[in-house]
Design a protein around this ligand. Structure first.
Ligand code: ZN
Length: 342
């Protein structure tokens, strides 16, 4: 089969497209013919050999997969010919975390395109329980754009940060995949959204997507602007995934009792925290990692009924997978970068 892969670490120039062996099915696994696969920041991190994310080479990335089932074991939720999205997290199913429905905290948790080969290939093998029937409400590219960012956004906002109708939610990096998803999810709940993005065109798109206002994250007056936009208090929730100084500035944007929820550290994993402001104003810093299988089912259900619709930045054919990686690395994308496989 054809696939996009890398044999050495570095930048997008390391991506090759060529023939690789077909997947070999383990017991209980399904075979899926991939139609579209979206990229995530994780794919750039594994390509760059980021500490803690080492992969064996050659490696096929891609955690966000939409495709058609070629074969599935008896009793699976989808059968040959069905269109599916793949749940990107693999868990043991039997540990206390899995039994409590918190499979993203499973000690054996693995992510497609990280610990195992991903979807930037014509075929992929996957445990049958990871098949999630899709529907006709979205295009193949839109379906591929959904799993990681929407389960992440829902897990961050609802499960971890307790979003409510009327909450003020400030989304950093609003043009990123998770930023776009967070705006949609927050609007769906009935929250009020503020956004930050580095370019005027991204800020305009965030407002078109429903944000009340959009700011430049580098503006020194950002916390004051967020307080002014929220009637003086600040944001109830900040969605953060940039890290470094953006994380530090985000803390200052929180209302008393506000929660900063973070799922990434694009520019830096270290940040300075003013503990005085943290305890004095009862602010919280909350970590969030992907989401659970159950949460993906909820997101797919909302997408099937037309409530959620992922934002696709650009679609590249598999032969141009390197350009797709480069587009994501450029920081210029608004929404998801997707590779069309077949
Ligand atoms: Zn487990």
């Amino acid at each position: 089969m054809r696939a996009a892969f890398f044999k050495s670490h570095g930048g997008p120039d390391r991506i090759r497209v060529g023939d690789v062996p077909d997947p070999v099915l383990a017991p209980g696994e399904a075979l899926v013919r991939v139609r579209a696969c979206a990229l995530n920041r994780l794919d750039l991190w594994t390509l760059a050999n980021t500490p803690g994310l080492s992969v064996s080479l050659p490696h096929i990335g891609g955690a966000d997969v939409f495709g058609v089932v070629e074969s599935a074991p008896n009793g699976a939720l989808a059968k040959a010919g069905d269109e599916v999205v793949l749940s990107p997290g693999l868990s043991c199913g039997s540990c206390p975390a899995c039994k409590a429905g918190r499979d993203n905290l499973c000690g054996e948790f693995r992510i497609l395109g990280l610990q195992i080969g991903g979807g930037l290939a014509e075929k992929i093998s996957i445990p049958a329980q990871n098949l999630v029937p899709a529907g006709a409400s979205l295009s193949p590219e839109e379906w591929a754009a959904l799993p990681v960012t929407f389960m992440t956004a829902w897990h961050m906002l609802s499960t971890r940060a307790g979003i409510k109708p009327g909450s003020w939610v400030f989304v950093q990096g609003a043009g990123s995949g998770v930023g776009c998803a967070a705006i949609e999810v927050a609007k769906f709940v009935g929250a009020k959204v503020l956004a930050a993005a580095r370019t005027e065109s991204k800020r305009a798109r965030a407002i078109a997507a429903g944000a009340e206002a959009a700011f430049d994250p580098a503006d020194p007056a950002l916390p004051a602007r967020v307080r002014a936009a929220t009637g003086g208090a600040g944001a109830d929730i900040v969605v953060e995934h940039i890290g470094g100084t953006v994380f530090e500035k985000s803390l200052e944007c929180l209302a008393p009792g506000g929660r900063l929820v973070t799922c990434g550290a694009t520019i830096g994993a270290e940040a300075r925290v003013d503990l005085l402001s943290l305890f004095w104003r009862e602010r919280s810093v909350i970590g969030s990692m992907l989401g659970t299988h159950r949460e993906l089912l909820d997101m797919v259900s909302l997408a099937r009924s037309g409530v959620l619709k992922p934002v696709v930045d650009r679609v590249f054919p598999l032969s141009e997978a390197r350009a797709a990686y480069a587009r994501l690395a450029s920081g210029e994308a608004y929404g998801k970068v997707v590779v069309r496989i077949s």
